[in-house]
Design a protein around this ligand. Sequence first.
Ligand code: AMP
Length: 218
Amino acid sequence: MVLSVMNIVFLGPPGSGKGTTASLLEPKLGIPHISTGELLRDNISRKTALGMEAEKYISKGDLVPDEMILDIIKERLKEDDCKKGFMLDGVPRTVPQAEALENMIDIDIVIDIEVPDDIVIKRNSARESCTECGKIYNKRTMRPEKEGVCDVCGGRLEGRADDRPDVIKERLSVYREKTAPLIEYYENKGILKRIECNDIDEPPEIAVEKVIDIIEDE
Ligand code: AMP
């Protein structure tokens, strides 16, 4: 049975496919995909004060301070499209963020996408996204029809600045230290579900099907 209101959190290392899976699920579930990384990159490209501050952390692969994230997410969750639920991608990323989020919303399901480190590094290096609309592509598994051009809006595709191998390694170690403890945190609350991806070229639709199966079993 599908829950009437679904608040879903995606956990998983950078490049595990959280964003791609959530964006493919968006039209199927009718709830928005909210990525804090995307909200921050939008602020960076608009050169807002928040964006300029966040860039200092993002460019090094560090997490931006919890308060900054909580302010952004609080505002985003007030928007009308969140009334029937939402999919959070990239938040919470620390235990204090998870605790603060609990005071704002109820979370129904946490999906942990488990991917080995070697695949994460290769996947991130192949990732590119549209500089206009943010749609994510992958040179291995999700190529645009015309190289370098977004299928949706015709915008230019570009690799992310924080997907350089040295920054990816730092992001991975930050993930293991600060975000992976959330797996146990949500397991203890009885809402954690795991899906695995051990094949670098696995089409993203497979993860989407696995998530739909989990939701239908609820
Ligand atoms: P992402 O697109 O989720 O990989 O996020 C890109 C970068 O934005 C991360 O490496 C962090 O520097 C920052 N970021 C995104 N979400 C958060 C969060 N919830 N807490 C702290 N930093 C974040």
